[in-house]
Design a protein around this ligand. Structure first.
Ligand code: XMP
Length: 531
């Protein structure tokens, strides 16, 4: 699947749509593989790896505006079914000789659509009148030769058009948005009846696909992977050990900055459950020395990153020395949003920058990125299918520099111990609270459930009294936020009883802590992490 030459794919040509990724998601949810490509993708690439169907996304521009993205007319002549939405419809119309006059009246939000009295495979099994979601100013004024109008709304006379003999279909509205009540049915009609695709892209087929591709790519060479215990690298490790067994070496560097129980879990899963070579490097002392006396957050991050590569390359060198055979491949947990976001070009265009990356000492690895076509929740589903434990698959975001950026000021082994113990209590209690909400509502991300939660250790001490003794010890700050994507976040309105329980447990159970505070700052202006 890495080269996408095995599974039939539907490409979504992106005209700068708000909903581009969403269209890809909807198609994948119907078990058909789909990729987003930029409207200015090199056409030769598309011809060389012909998609089974094409969707033209919406976009913010006016088709006649200067610099508006255009459509290479050859997309419409490939002989594969094409479905355009919104701007995608307008650009289809204007490319083929229809008109798209500028209008003063836009249409935003729900609209009542009426089907015309013509046969339409796209609208099959949908009622004559239905609610759709509109978001446009311009619209098609006259359809190109050979097209028929298939639906209208009170504002938009040509709300859908098609030319079945050329397999060209278009809607002014957005079928990918849930508010378009029969949108999913239309997508199904397009994929399964018009494009004759099968709903065969399932987690098991993805595993088979990646396994075959990786085996072909790797041959009998060695592959190395830096396993961090995060979702992506864990899924890559599970997948590759399934595909190539002991040709894979997972290097797990315990830098002493992980949460309670995590290093043990990583070791257990990848020694007992999976068949790869697992190299455990205990680098706790080394990291503690490198970090001693450093309190600047950026400096900490830099040291932690640099140390990792030192340790990792030392292990790679040992692996080569063992039998004299170089390690040819480096596996990485790059996922699809990383690919899309690194330039919003087509996935295939981005690939070329990634083929070979140079490392110090003249070392070169070729990259293997088996998850580069998958969204985060697909990666999680894949991990679950491969048998990874839930705690790994649904792990919360956790910074690469780990607890070092949750200790404000310099990092010591003693502070790490305090934070690890306090953090375990915060997580245990809020895990239980989330679980209870889930039991009540049946929704994992219900409105009140908490998205990310952890403890922070600031660089201060304060006075307290425990028993008859005066204490002078650290406070712990609880951070718990609600968010969807970490871009914005709000502090979680946790019940007072829950906060009280966490507070009394931390002070009673964690030596060196005499006070607990709750961070009530949203993002912005705060960030989720403290460093
Ligand atoms: P901030 O603190 O910027 O964090 O609001 C946003 C999200 O990113 C996570 N985060 C990191 N993740 N490496 C990572 O992989 C990092 O260095 C890092 N720093 C912050 C953070 O936990 C939150 O979910």
């Amino acid at each position: 699947m890495q080269e996408n030459n095995r599974v039939p794919r539907v490409i979504v040509v992106d005209f700068g749509a708000q909903y581009g990724q969403l269209i890809t998601r909807r198609i994948r949810d119907l078990n058909v593989y789909s990729e987003l490509v930029s409207h200015d993708v090199d056409f030769a690439e598309i011809e060389a790896d012909l998609p089974a169907a094409i969707v033209l996304s919406g976009g913010p521009a006016s088709v006649y505006a200067e610099g508006a993205p255009t459509l290479d007319s050859r997309f419409l002549e490939l002989g594969v079914p094409v479905l355009g939405f919104c701007y995608g419809m307008q650009v289809m119309a204007s490319t083929l000789g229809g008109t798209v006059p500028q209008t003063d009246i836009g249409e935003y939000g729900p609209a009542e659509l009426t089907r015309c009295d013509v046969e339409s495979q796209l609208f099959c099994d949908t009622p004559l009148e239905q609610t759709v979601w509109m978001s446009h100013r311009d619209s098609v004024g006259s359809v190109p030769a050979g097209f028929v109008v298939t639906a209208s709304t009170p504002t938009t006379a040509i709300a859908a058009m098609e030319c079945p003999s050329r397999q060209l279909y278009a809607t002014q509205f957005h079928p990918e948005v849930h508010h378009t009540v029969y949108g999913n049915q239309m997508l199904k009609n397009f994929l399964f009846d018009i494009a004759k695709l099968e709903a065969s892209w399932t987690m098991n087929s993805i595993i088979d696909e990646i396994t075959a591709t990786v085996r072909e790519q790797v041959g009998d060479e060695k592959v190395i992977l830096g396993l961090s215990g995060g979702v992506d690298s864990s899924v890559v490790a599970a997948l590759l050990s399934h595909a190539i067994g002991k040709q894979l070496t997972c290097v797990f560097v315990n830098h002493g900055l992980m949460r309670k129980g995590e290093p043990e879990e990583v070791e257990r899963v990848f020694t007992k459950q999976f068949d790869a070579n697992f190299v455990y490097v205990d680098a706790r002392e080394q990291y503690a020395q490198a970090l001693a006396g450093v309190s600047d957050p950026e400096q900490k991050r830099k040291i932690i990153g640099t140390e990792f590569w030192h340790v990792f390359f030392a292990e790679a060198a040992k692996l080569e020395a063992a039998d004299g055979k170089p390690v040819k491949f480096l596996a990485q947990g790059t996922i699809y949003p990383d690919v899309i976001e690194s330039g919003s070009k087509s996935a295939s265009k981005i690939k070329s920058h990634h083929n070979l990356i140079p490392f110090p000492d003249g070392v070169h690895f070729e990259l293997i990125e088996p998850l580069r076509n998958l969204f985060k929740d697909e990666v999680r589903a894949l991990g679950a299918t491969l048998g990874l434990p839930e705690s790994m698959v649904y792990r919360q975001p956790f910074p690469g520099p780990g607890l070092a950026v949750r200790i404000i000021g310099d990092v010591t082994l003693e502070k790490l111990e305090i934070l690890r113990n306090a953090d375990a209590i915060v997580r245990e209690e809020i895990d239980a609270y989330n679980h209870q909400l889930f039991e009540q509502t049946g929704v994992r991300d219900s409105e009140r459930s908490v998205w990310q939660y952890f403890a922070v250790l600031p660089d201060i001490r304060s006075v307290g009294v425990m028993g008859d003794e005066r204490t002078y010890a650290h406070p712990i700050i609880i951070r718990a936020v609600e968010s969807r994507d970490a871009m914005t976040a709000d502090w979680a309105r946790l019940p007072h009883e829950l906060l009280a329980k966490i507070s009394s447990r931390i002070v009673a159970e964690v030596e060196g802590v005499n006070r607990v505070a709750y961070d009530i700052t949203s993002k912005p202006p705060g960030t989720i992490e403290w460093e």
